[in-house]
Design a protein. Structure first.
Length: 454
């Protein structure tokens, strides 16, 4: 893609170096040594990219950035400076700069920034139909068209009709609480409270009080009577997340409540009644816990009147297209951002990831990508960089996967075969340059012949 590039810098040597560099690549270059002359050239030529020094003889580069932004043209602005102060960098990015590069200029960094701009411009020229049109911005929406999800939707529909207990099972991040909220929202008691209790986040000595409430003086620190989650739920729904973490002795009291819909506050003598519905969720193997006497068998069978088993994201990759659409709508609404679609190759890259954190991890990746993007399109390079960082974190936590050595050797052989010409290697490996650099660093890959290639 041939670009129109505007250079504004009072250092003639930088102007000449960048002009020569960009002209050799076929781009059209305009240059100015002052802010006013540079802005005049901008208005005359409406360039694709403007590279602006922060400190100019007649103005501040940030002022020129703001004036360019106010013109409403889609010019991407890259700020450059010899100063490394944090406040200026933050201000430049807040003002809409696409990137920020420090002097002395590294031509490789400049070229990488230009490549990112090119990717953004090419993606923005694509018609905005890469993703389905917005249908529902409800954050508590279960998304998916895969066979597994269609079956789950049917089960949810049946669960909404009766006030039976429901056990929702699935790995961390699969959306168990979202399912619980959907069941509540579609029940006859949708206008009643929906109350949650994460059994894993409460210390064992306080879980009974959290669930059933307590009277004043029931234990040290109980300075006043307090309602429990069951009482707060009223005639609505109590969602018990991570039910497998519930203390064994409290399990018996929960079972008693499920059988009689009666309970007493800790330290109390009065029997209270509640018609709240219990929905429970776990990422553990409750049946295995029953066999190990870690979870009450009678409570287990009482909870599993209806079972909803949520599949991990890696088993329903066909749903990623729709999930990305849903999350972008949700993120745009929350962050007041305007990311409308994704660059070609992003969805395929997302489907190649294993997603140990499931749907929650996908949403977190997209949030990070939206925060970092400087346009209306999520770029493949940004997604690559984020996923590489996630993979490195997973290795620290869980140890290296068995395929790492194979991947390392494959990358090394490809680089050796091409005499370490990284750009060609990235193309042959079908990955981006940032991803290749990350993997070279991650695996500490060096040439087989011991030579140093730069």
């Amino acid at each position: 893609m041939k670009l129109k590039i505007l250079l504004i810098d009072d250092e003639v040597s930088i102007l000449e170096t960048l002009e020569m560099f960009f002209t050799e690549k076929g781009h059209q270059v305009f240059k100015a040594e002052t802010g006013e002359r540079g802005f005049a050239l901008f208005c005359e030529h409406l360039p694709d990219i403007a590279i602006i020094d922060i400190h100019l003889p007649d103005s501040n580069g940030l002022e020129i950035l703001t004036r360019i932004q106010n013109e409403g043209h889609l010019t991407k602005v890259i700020m450059i400076t010899a100063y490394h102060d944090m406040e200026t960098t933050i201000q430049a990015m807040k003002s809409g700069a696409f990137d920020y590069i420090h002097k002395p200029l590294d031509v490789d960094l400049v070229e990488e920034a230009i490549q990112r701009v090119t990717s953004m411009l090419e993606a923005e020229q694509v018609k905005l139909n890469d993703l389905p049109k917005p249908k529902n911005s409800n954050p508590d929406l279960i998304v998916g068209k895969s066979e597994q999800m269609r079956k789950i939707f049917k089960t949810i529909g049946l669960a909404c009709q009766k006030r039976t207990t429901v056990l929702i099972q699935g790995e961390t991040g699969t959306g168990k609480e979202v399912v619980a909220r959907v069941i509540h929202r579609n029940s006859l008691y949708k206008n009643e409270p929906f109350v949650t209790l994460d059994c894993s986040s409460v210390v064992p000595s306080l879980i009974e009080s959290e669930l059933f409430g307590h009277m004043e003086g029931a234990f040290t620190g109980a300075s006043r009577t307090q309602k429990g989650k069951i009482e707060l739920a009223g005639n609505g729904t109590l969602f018990l997340d991570e039910i497998g973490e519930l203390a064994y002795e409290v399990q018996g009291k929960l079972l008693g409540f499920l059988q009689r819909h009666e309970y007493m506050r800790l330290g109390g003598q009065e029997t209270l009644k509640s018609n709240c519905r219990i929905l429970a969720a776990t990422n553990r193997d409750l049946f295995g816990m029953v066999n190990r006497n870690e979870f009450r068998r009678d409570l287990f069978y009482r909870l599993r009147v209806v079972i909803i088993q949520l599949p991990p994201l890696r088993e329903r990759l066909s749903d990623i297209d729709e999930l990305v659409d849903h999350f972008l709508q949700k993120i745009n609404l929350k962050l007041h951002s305007g990311v409308l679609h994704v660059q070609d190759g992003v969805l395929e890259r997302l489907k190649a990831h294993q997603w140990p954190g499931n749907v929650r991890e996908l949403e977190n990746v997209l949030v990070e990508a939206v925060v970092q993007t400087r346009g209306s399109v999520l770029l493949l390079d940004d997604i690559d960089t984020i996923l590489c960082r996630y993979l490195q974190t997973e290795e620290i936590e869980g140890g290296p996967c068995s395929l790492d050595n194979m991947e390392k050797e494959h990358i090394r052989k490809t680089l050796d075969a091409l005499n370490w010409r990284r750009t060609e290697a990235a193309q042959r490996l079908k990955i981006s340059m940032p991803t290749l650099r990350s993997k070279i660093k991650k695996y500490n890959i060096k040439p087989s012949d011991g030579e140093s290639y730069h």
